[in-house]
Design a protein around this ligand. Structure first.
Ligand SMILES: O=C(O)CCC(=O)C(=O)O
Ligand SMILES: [Fe+2]
Length: 473
């Protein structure tokens, strides 16, 4: 599918250009054919009218007889050939060529796009009329949805039994119908359909005596944080520090890491300027060609469920390019941990309204048999580094609903936290989500470090839930 990545859609626009040329070519061929037929027709008519004026006189002339026979044999055959000339096939085979491309959108993409836009509307509580007239957050685009489009959204919410959203979309569809925002030759049948649905839902509302809205629990949980202002309250803010960190590395004395605490519990840090613009461009390029296979190679304890994550991901190993190895070294310097047991870097590009519902990055003992996992892999995901590769124009924040923490994408920065206590116990408060991208796109890279190999770098402490241990000592 293509709607799960905005980057993939860039190519789709070029394919669309080619499709438009194909259709233009078809119209040109068909127009030529019709012009030709028109000329034949005119000649036929002239001759026929002439004959009809006085049939006997007409047939007196042997040349007319010759021409009559000619018209109805040789010429008619030519006309028939012209009518039968199949431009459709020629163009269809061209179109098929484009449609068979792996990045060509399908009807599933169309439905997926509606689904994700609906999540976006729900999370950001976008007003239906405003949304349909191109108002997305603080931006107003001059793109309008038609009556037909509104019906599609209405249907989507109807099927999910989100009746008040459904109702508002059908209402919008009705208004737009009368305001001639309709297309595809919509008829009154559409309007009747919309009115029937509205009536049906009014009935449901009347029976339930209130508006019904079955909001998705997970969406509700992180949505609340996605809508919030990102500045933490002053009493928390005043306790958070920032610092230059060298981690006892001589070369870091010259260019120390700029680190900021963004949460105390769980402890979450943001490192600034830890991925350069050229590294970002390189990673995007490497990721792009790996997006397809990435889905297949997704295995093990990646907890991402397809339905809960709307992004394309690529796994990029250290050996792929020197910049990936460099980033790995930097990660060691930042955390004081080894990357030897880590997973390859995961680079993701979010799709239309792309989001990632609340999850833990580690295999949670509640859902996984940790001892089998530990034997198979390098233990559990001890720490997460989340690199932001661009600034999202609206939305796309990372939120930690249980901790009440919001991290905004800042290009070149990385947000870092431990998923596990020094004892190896899970830190439930690290549960987090990626808010839908409202406008723009979002690129991130994740690095997950594993327990194995960290024994001496991050030793156990007496208190199993000790949080004293830090990335910067
Ligand atoms: O993109 C984000 O903000 C979070 C991504 C994330 O949580 C993940 O990939 O595990
Ligand atoms: Fe995550």
């Amino acid at each position: 599918e293509v709607y799960t990545s905005v980057a993939v859609l860039e190519d789709v626009i070029n394919t669309e250009t080619k499709i438009i040329s194909s259709i233009e070519e078809y119209i040109r061929l068909e127009s030529e054919k019709l012009d030709h037929l028109n000329r034949y027709m005119k000649r036929y008519q002239e001759q026929n009218n002439l004959a009809l004026r006085n049939i006997e006189d007409y047939l007196e002339n042997p040349l007319n007889i010759y021409l009559l026979i000619k018209r109805l044999t040789v010429e008619l055959q030519a006309v028939e050939d012209l009518i039968g000339l199949n431009n459709v096939e020629k163009v269809s085979s061209n179109l098929d060529l484009y449609k068979n491309r792996t990045d060509f959108p399908t009807v599933q993409d169309f439905n997926g796009t509606i689904r994700s836009l609906a999540v976006m509307q729900d999370v950001y509580r976008l007003n239906t009329s405003a949304f349909a007239s191109g108002q997305l957050g603080k931006f107003k685009y001059d793109t309008e949805l038609s009556s037909w489009d509104c019906i599609q959204f209405g249907n989507h919410y109807y099927e999910k039994e989100y009746y008040n959203y459904s109702h508002s979309w059908f209402e919008e569809g009705k208004n737009r119908f009368s305001r001639k925002f309709n297309e595809f030759g919509e008829t009154n049948a559409h309007l009747n359909y919309v009115q029937a649905r509205i009536k049906e839902m009014d009935e449901i509302f009347r029976k339930n005596n209130s508006l019904v809205n079955h909001e998705d629990r997970e969406t509700e949980l992180f949505g609340e944080h996605c809508r919030k202002d990102m500045t933490p309250p002053i009493e928390i803010l005043s306790k958070l520090k920032c610092k230059y960190v060298t981690n006892n590395k001589p070369y870091l004395l010259i260019a120390p890491f700029k680190v900021e605490e963004i949460s105390m519990k769980p402890r979450i840090l943001r490192f600034y300027n830890v991925m350069s613009d050229s590294e970002i461009e390189k990673l995007k390029e490497l990721a792009y060609s790996r997006f397809e296979t990435a889905k297949i190679s997704r295995k093990g304890i990646d907890l991402a469920l397809d339905s809960s994550r709307l992004a394309k991901v690529a796994w990029i190993s250290k050996t792929t390019h020197e910049c990936v190895a460099k980033i790995s070294e930097r990660i060691s310097d930042m955390t004081g941990l080894t990357t030897r047991t880590s997973e390859p870097l995961q680079t993701s590009n979010y799709g239309v309204g792309g989001y990632f519902k609340s999850h833990w990055d580690f295999a949670h003992p509640k859902f996984f048999n940790i001892s089998t996992l530990a034997r198979r892999n390098n233990g559990n995901r001890i720490a997460t580094l989340l690199f932001y590769m661009n600034e999202v124009s609206q939305g796309g924040h990372t939120v930690f609903p249980l901790a009440g923490v919001i991290a905004k994408p800042i290009k070149g920065s990385a947000v870092v936290w431990y998923n596990l206590y020094p004892s190896g116990d899970a830190d439930n408060d690290t549960r987090h989500a990626a808010c839908p991208v409202l406008t723009g796109t979002k690129w991130v890279s994740n690095k997950w470090l594993y327990e194995y190999g960290q024994e001496f770098l991050r030793p156990c402490e007496l208190d199993p839930h000790a949080t004293g241990y830090d990335f910067f000592k």
